[in-house]
Each structure stands twice: as structure tokens, then as C-alpha cells.
Ligand binder design. Structure first.
Ligand SMILES: [Fe+2]
Length: 200
């Protein structure tokens, strides 16, 4: 008797590592630090002890390069999901600087098809992992008696951030970032992308 598993309603995380990450990040880091200098107070959102910019990177020409890459990646993902042709992708992006001791609490992003983060600078693994919480809410009523968790039985899944890697996931997938226990800032650009019909 063959028992065949089939995954239903999978939760995806898409990632890609930029080939030119070293030069790209060196330049991006400079612009990130300048942005913080212009607004040292930043905003308080999901960040605990960290600095976060306003959601304005999409309006700043000096961040055009990373914004364009985010949009291109989301466009490609949309294509793979059979999005209708002619959609425009509306972006909001912001900068997070998490010094040692800082973290991002568990949250999700409403009203966007894709959310994600691109890591400019960090010291792994001490900088803390990004973690995702099982979105199958009713599954929290009972845990499975397993010695080793699998994708099916896991309640949380951690991914170790990597400099130069972008992580994209559905906005509804709850996530957070662990405390930065390294001696360096964890610096990343986060974003929301909504696919909307042209002209809307
Ligand atoms: Fe987030």
C-alpha cells in the first residue's frame, strides 16, 4: 500500500541572492546611513530598540536601484503564479537598522500581495533569524508528537538572513526577526508590493 502525501495551500517564501551583492551593498549601505542621519528619530513600528525609516524609499531616487530589483522580482513571481497581464506593482519600502539587542516582533502586512526584506549588512548567525509562523490557525489547537519537526508539523520556521539575499513572502504570512545578538547592526530594506490593474 502506497500512501501518497500531497501539499495543499502551501505558504511560499521566494529568495534570491544578488550576484553583485558586495559592490551593491557597499553603495546601498552608504545611502542607508545617510538616510538615518537625515531622520535620526525614525518611526516605531514592529521594531524593538531599532531604527526604522518612514515608508518613503519608493519616492527617493537614490534607492531606485533596489526598488527596481524588488519590483522585477515580484513581477517574475507574479508571472509564475499566473497573474493577469498588465498589472502594475505598487511598492512601499523602508529601511530597518537593528543594532545589537534589537528585534522585530511577530507581525503580518495587510493589503499587499507580497512582503519581504533585503539584507544589506549583518553578521550571521548572531544577527538573529527571520522566522515565520504557521498560518494554519486551527493547527495550533494540538501539536504532533514528533521527535523531529517537518514542514507539516512545524509551528515556526526559521531562516538565517544572508547579506545580499532578498526574501519575498505573502503579506499574510506572520513573521518576525529574532534579537540581534551580534556586535554589528543588522541592516535591511523591507517592502510591501500590491499588484493592481493599470490605471487603478
Ligand atoms: Fe514584516
Amino acid at each position: 500500500m502506497q500512501i501518497i502525501p500531497q501539499a495543499l495551500f502551501p505558504s511560499m517564501v521566494w529568495t534570491t541572492l544578488f550576484d553583485d551583492r558586495e559592490a551593491f551593498n557597499a553603495s546601498l549601505l552608504q545611502r542607508a546611513l545617510e538616510l538615518r542621519q537625515r531622520d535620526p528619530a525614525g518611526v516605531q513600528n514592529t521594531n524593538i530598540h531599532g531604527w526604522q525609516s518612514l515608508n518613503i524609499l519608493q519616492e527617493l531616487p537614490e534607492f531606485n536601484d533596489i526598488n527596481l530589483r524588488i519590483l522585477q522580482i515580484c513581477d517574475r513571481i507574479g508571472e509564475s503564479l499566473n497573474f493577469r497581464p498588465g498589472m502594475q506593482f505598487l511598492l512601499q519600502s523602508w529601511l530597518n537598522i537593528s543594532p545589537p539587542g534589537a528585534s522585530n516582533k511577530l507581525h503580518f502586512h495587510a493589503n499587499c500581495h507580497f512582503s519581504g526584506v533585503y539584507y544589506i549588512s549583518l553578521k550571521a548567525p548572531e544577527c538573529g533569524s527571520i522566522y515565520f509562523r504557521d498560518p494554519r490557525v486551527a493547527s495550533r489547537m494540538l501539536t504532533y508528537p514528533v521527535d523531529k519537526v517537518s514542514d507539516f508539523t512545524a509551528e515556526e520556521i526559521r531562516m538565517r538572513p544572508e547579506e545580499g539575499r532578498i526574501y519575498v513572502f505573502p503579506g499574510w504570512l506572520e513573521h518576525g526577526v529574532e534579537e540581534n545578538t551580534s556586535d554589528r547592526d543588522r541592516i535591511g530594506i523591507s517592502f510591501n508590493v500590491l499588484a493592481a490593474p493599470q490605471g487603478s
